[in-house]
Design a protein around this ligand. Structure first.
Ligand code: AHR
Length: 497
């Protein structure tokens, strides 16, 4: 197989908003308890946070982390999670049918986010609650003082406001599984009124309205149109969520799922722009892809769990090598639309469908998907460039005309580095890449990172990291052309400078 591409500094799509490398921590399973917070762990710091986990999160350089849910937020009383720990109530968490101890809440999460150098994307409960709880919460977190809620924060030991800038107006409100599920009309109304009240407390915030829970929702994309009819002037972003799984063991189709993702993104952009035109608005709504990942390995195990446990293992997908390939491909979908996708959250970060796994009282390790996420977070900052690609294609059971080569390029003006991300989707053959990089005169290969494995189903465990990158790729440059052999089913990061 042979593929050609042209990369040019002038083919700029947009500056990459680093927040597309965000992630998500929900009160779910062992994400919080046993994941980020485990006071009895030998690696726990003075606040009970696991230092081994903090180090792995720092390695990923995650700019923003969504909290506290997810489905969890739709029945959450935020007041339960603040104040003296001994006074906090244990509650039934109806979303995941567990017991929530509330040992960690808003203030502690903000503390932890600072330790990992990340901002917080806070979600408010528009399921069982609404305007009142949301305006009180933002008064608690963002108002300087002299009022009931801001003074309560001070009493709880936080003199300065947290100044949380980014807020989600509920979660997946289109989903019948959501507690307090709403029609698009109902959601549009409560979202716009909540946005109004929250902005009156703090006009500097940015707000995300709930879009569809996935492309298969029967209400997609009418949901986006109707809710934006109500909320267009009051919000800044519309959310997208999507998870994939290789349930039929059809890897050729599985690796092509980013085509569906591209289609999802462009449909939401079109829908938002349709409402913009209808409203004769000058404002543009951008996209927050605030839940995305592979999620299916743990579905059956989760059905066997006894209810009302505290922090049981839930959604603990053990990712394999082919999952890592798809995750790399999904990240490239965001870069392709860097002009409109301004935030995205890998769902999630620790233990729950996560790149980082831990054992309670034990070690922490990197799942296979850790690596493409790390690579794009690290080298995908700067300006997204549109490559002109000519690649052979294949048909699978679920997709037609799938390019074997999935690629995106980013130029970082600060380091003056050019990075080519490239996935070879072929399950049988290597791919010879010929990239014309003529506007990058004198550039040499800095590194050709490769994630490859004969076994598509290889996984990493605490004891053994079977899937990890090496830097022995054979990319070279001659006369302004990069040539490289991309191994069959491999993820490649070719760095030039
Ligand atoms: O990330 C896991 C769950 O997936 C979230 O709680 C929910 O929003 C989505 O359905």
């Amino acid at each position: 197989l042979k593929a050609r591409m042209i990369v040019d500094k002038d083919f700029a799509i947009s500056e990459v908003d680093n927040r597309i490398y965000g992630s998500f921590i929900e009160h779910l399973g062992r994400a919080v308890y046993g994941g980020i917070y485990e006071p009895d762990h030998p690696e726990a710091d003075e606040d009970g946070f696991r230092k081994d986990v903090i180090n792995l999160v720092r390695e990923l350089d995650v700019p923003i982390i969504r909290y506290p849910g997810g489905n969890f937020v739709s029945a959450y009383n935020w007041e339960d999670g603040v104040g003296p720990r001994e006074d906090r109530p244990r509650r039934l968490d109806l979303a995941w049918r567990t017991t929530e101890t509330n040992h960690l809440g808003t203030n502690e999460f903000v503390d932890w986010s600072k330790k990992v150098n990340s901002d917080v994307m806070m979600a408010v409960n528009l399921g069982t609650r609404g305007i009142d709880a949301a305006r009180n919460l933002i008064e608690y977190t963002n108002h300087s003082g002299g009022t009931y809620w801001s003074d309560l924060r001070k009493k709880h030991g936080y003199k300065d406001p947290h100044n949380i800038k980014t807020w989600c107006l509920g979660n997946e409100m289109d989903g019948p599984w959501q507690i307090g599920h709403k029609t698009a009309e109902e959601y549009g109304r409560i979202a716009v009124e909540t946005a109004k009240a929250m902005r009156l407390v703090d006009p500097s915030i940015e707000l995300v309205a709930c879009g569809s829970s996935n492309t298969q929702m029967p209400t997609f994309p009418q949901w986006e149109a109707t809710t934006l009819e109500h909320t267009y002037d009051a919000v800044d972003y519309i959310s997208l969520h999507q998870y994939y799984g290789n349930r039929n063991n059809d890897t050729a189709s599985y690796l092509a799922n980013s085509l569906d993702m591209d289609h999802f993104i462009s449909t939401v952009i079109s829908t938002a722009d349709f409402i913009k035109a209808k409203k004769r608005s000058k404002k543009t709504i951008n996209l927050s892809f605030d839940e995305w990942n592979v999620w299916f390995h743990s579905n059956d195990a989760d059905k066997q769990l006894d209810p009302w446990q505290v922090a049981p293992p839930q959604l603990e997908d053990v990712y394999n090598f082919e999952d890592a390939l798809l995750v790399g491909s999904m990240l490239m979908s965001f870069l392709r639309r860097a002009d409109r996708v301004k935030m995205a959250c890998l769902a999630q970060l620790v233990n729950v469908i996560a790149p980082i796994m831990t054992k309670n009282c034990g070690g922490a390790w990197r799942q296979t998907i850790f690596y493409p996420y790390l690579h794009v977070s690290k080298y995908g900052r700067g300006i997204a460039l549109q490559p002109v690609v000519s690649s052979p294609k294949y048909d699978s059971k679920e997709y037609t005309d799938v390019p074997y080569l999935d690629t995106m390029t980013v130029f970082n003006p600060e380091t003056e580095e050019l990075t080519i991300f490239a996935l070879n989707r072929s399950l049988e053959e290597g791919l010879e890449l010929d990239a014309d990089v003529r506007s990058f005169e004198g550039y040499q290969i800095l590194e050709h990172i490769v994630l490859e494995n004969e076994d598509l189903k290889a996984v990493n465990t605490m004891e053994h990291e079977a899937v990890k990158p090496h830097t022995n790729g054979n990319a070279k440059v001659q006369d302004g052309r990069v040539s490289a052999n991309l191994a069959k089913h491999s993820w490649n990061v070719i760095r030039l400078g």
